[in-house]
Design a protein around this ligand. Structure first.
Ligand code: ARG
Length: 465
């Protein structure tokens, strides 16, 4: 059982420490399902090419079915002596079916095998990630729909800038996630290419038919250079880059949820089931989930740096360094999947406090630009009107009141162009409605965007999987 596949070349067995250091079975057994998928397609191709007999193929198929069942039931005996998932499965197959199992590896190497496994696995994960991201988008669209008319302060430099619709703010994230979905889908095309046939690095002397294997595995394309096929992991790096951007977006949203929930803001509340208390301060309700999302974005970004660094000094072709690609990749997928699942749920547990948002708008001179625009429409050049409004803001600030609290007379002392109709311009709602064009914050525009996204997301089903 413990005999290595290459034992013939060596005078002594590998040391225990080396076995532990070089083994990957503890983590790469996760690829078993995809390893078997790849092996079955390879075997079928070999049979069609006349390299394997029909009897061998039948035995391999039957043996692999048994192994799949054992893996599912948790009875597959994984062994560190056999180093990795590929050799564990091959040995198990040989134990079950004899020589046919030993013939499976004809015309192939673990180098093209592992690259194939990762790609098969990753393309499935990307599809799942796209689905889950769209669920979060739908939850945000629902919030945008419900709160299209709610005004909140829009910030620049974290200073109150202009009123925006809360729905508009939610839709900003829907846009970001929409590009994340595009990046994932685009990256999937480059993941979905088949290395199998490259063998160790140079191809094989057997009459393989790579098109057949690729068709059986539903690959979109075949890697065209054997050295490249076994060595580069750019497809994985690209995926983790897209994942990092996605996590960065969630980290930003989390940051906002965290301070919106602070009693100093009181803009939102997050349902208790997503929060925790403090062991010492009885009054505390902490937004742990968004804080952890913000924190977990760091590990995904770290994995991106890890994979880039792993790759950057490797000469062609395969090097064992590449075994280190798996844990960061697995952890990236696990982090994304759990983050997306919890986020879709959590956003449905967000409640909004429109009154506090409106109060914050009123306290920040958020409609100063509206007053400036008003004067421009009455004929004043924008730079002059900016100056006029700045002086009015200074006066109101010193008096501790809002622009709309100033009397018409006072306002007119800054510009005779100001009239009674100015007061509708100074309300947060008036400000919102006045920005009525594509991409702006007027509630009718927000609703149009909500509809646009609903049409795009029409296939998303809302139960969690
Ligand atoms: N466990 C290895 C990996 O993850 C499989 C490929 C090993 N190839 C080799 N020539 N040692 O990369």
């Amino acid at each position: 059982m413990s005999e290595k596949a290459w034992s013939g070349r060596f005078h002594e067995p590998v040391s225990e420490l080396v076995k532990q250091y070089t083994g990957s079975i503890d983590f790469d057994k996760r690829l078993a399902r995809w390893d078997i998928q790849g092996s079955l397609a390879h075997a079928q191709m070999l049979q069609q090419a006349g390299v394997l007999s029909e009897a061998d193929l039948a035995a391999i198929t039957e043996g692999m079915q048994q192994i799949s069942a054992e893996i599912q039931q948790g009875t597959m005996p994984w062994s560190l002596d056999l180093e990795d998932v590929h050799m564990n499965i091959e040995r198990r197959l040989t134990d079950k079916i004899g020589d046919a199992g030993k013939r499976l590896h004809t015309g192939r190497s673990r180098n093209d095998q592992v690259a194939t496994d990762i790609r098969l696995w990753l393309r499935d994960q990307i599809s799942l990630i796209v689905d889950l991201t769209e669920k979060v988008q739908l939850a945000l669209v629902d919030l945008a729909d419900e709160y299209a008319e709610v005004v909140m302060p829009g910030f620049t430099h974290m200073q109150v800038a202009q009123p925006v619709s809360f729905g508009h703010h939610m839709l900003a994230y829907v846009e970001m996630l929409g590009r994340d979905v595009e990046r994932m889908q685009d990256c999937r095309h480059r993941v979905n290419r088949m290395p199998l046939g490259a063998a160790a690095l140079a191809g094989t002397t057997f009459p393989i038919q790579r098109e057949t294997t690729a068709a059986l595995l539903h690959f979109e394309a075949i890697c065209q250079n054997s050295l490249d096929a076994v060595s580069d992991r750019d497809f994985a790096i690209e995926f983790v880059a897209a994942a990092s951007i996605l996590m960065m977006h969630f980290s930003r949203l989390s940051e906002e949820l965290i301070y919106w929930m602070s009693p100093r803001f009181g803009f939102i509340d997050i349902a208790d089931r997503f929060c925790t208390g403090s062991s010492i301060m009885p009054q505390k309700k902490n937004p742990d989930v968004p804080e952890l999302v913000r924190g977990k974005s760091a590990r995904v970004i770290g994995h991106l740096m890890g994979l880039l660094t792993l790759m950057k000094s490797q000469p062609l072709a395969y090097n064992k360094d590449n075994q280190e690609d798996k844990e960061p990749l697995f952890d990236t997928v696990d982090t994304l999947v759990s983050t997306l699942r919890i986020y879709a749920d959590m956003m449905r547990g967000v409640s909004v406090n429109p009154e506090n948002m409106r109060q914050a708008v009123l306290q920040g001179f958020a409609t100063a630009t509206d007053l400036a625009d008003y004067l421009v429409k009455k004929g004043l050049p924008f730079r002059d009107s900016h100056e006029v409004v700045a002086r009015a803001v200074r006066l109101a600030d010193e008096a501790g009141v809002q622009l709309s609290d100033l009397s018409l007379e006072t306002l007119q002392s800054f510009s005779p162009l100001i009239d009674q109709d100015v007061f509708s311009v100074l309300t947060p709602e008036g400000s919102l409605e006045a920005r009525n064009h594509l991409g702006a914050t007027a509630p009718v525009q927000v609703r149009a965007q909500v509809q646009r996204w609903r049409d795009k997301l029409v296939w998303v089903d809302t139960d969690n999987h």
